[in-house]
Design a protein around this ligand. Sequence first.
Ligand code: P6P
Length: 340
Amino acid sequence: MKLKTLTQFLIEQQRLENALPADVRLLIEVVARACKTIGHHVGKGALGNVLGNLESSNVQGEVQKKLDVLSNEILLEANEWGGNLAAMASEEMDSVYPIPHAYPRGGYLLLFDPLDGSSNIDVNVSIGTIFSVLRAPTDSAGRDITEADFLQPGTAQVAAGYAVYGPQTVLVLTVGTGTFGFTLDRETGSWMLTHENIQIPADTSEFAINASNLRHWAPPVRRYIDECLAGKAGERERNFNMRWIASMVADVHRILCRGGIFLYPWDAREPERPGKLRLMYEANPMAFLVEQAGGAATNGLGRILEIQPGQLHERVSVILGSRNEVERVTRYHHEVDTQA
Ligand code: P6P
């Protein structure tokens, strides 16, 4: 059967589900096109003179890779002129990026991690772009957009997605009517609908966590992983498998495709930090995609999507994937919480 293109899918979503304002449809098309460009540069690798580090570091205090900065620039340049955005925010930029006065302003906010997993760039492991779309507050018309305008809970997202640059280049997207995957046809340049209405199995025997942090985990996480490692002879009465790609986009994509649970929890290395991953442009878009695919996403105590952000670059503990396993880990946290 002939596959649908991203454009056809979006037009049908706009027509059938009335889920998609024209400005959001345009925004998704433009972001998808920018991801094609980013994927093109990623694919060049050492031939493109884009590998390696810059002298600079980002707001997270992390060394910036050349491709991080290039990807950020590609997304800014692709999206600033369209007239559908009021501002943008990025992991790679300290503060919000207002739409230049040369261009018309629109009613949406775009947030992104332009190249997540960039520590994997130089070793040819899958990396990706993550994005999230919010409405600009109605009272923001006629005034400058501030960071406070972005501080909306994940439930306010109108769209979210990622592009994973791996053996295939795949765009995974939700506009609130399910989670859908589009594989890039590298011959025609079209995104083709290949994963219709993704559903994450409620159960899994595969967990993803950076096990080198074991001694730093809180008891509920340690309990959960110990039970997985105890296998058939233990509490869970079945054996588990482990995967850790250290590229959130790749780990989440595997979980969307075959189930699993991903954990990047709070740990005692930096006790004042709730977690490593960023709420606004990593955890929230991924949580939206996962919930729309029937999975669950919590910070150990509550839905990630219900967290009221306090800062643009704030971090959060992330437990997401197969619903029954996420609920188990969350229950373990609540058991400790109530005993505390
Ligand atoms: P660690 C990549 O740097 C990232 O932000 C996520 O994509 C990934 O899940 C995590 O950090 C990996 O962290 O501590 O295992 O290197």
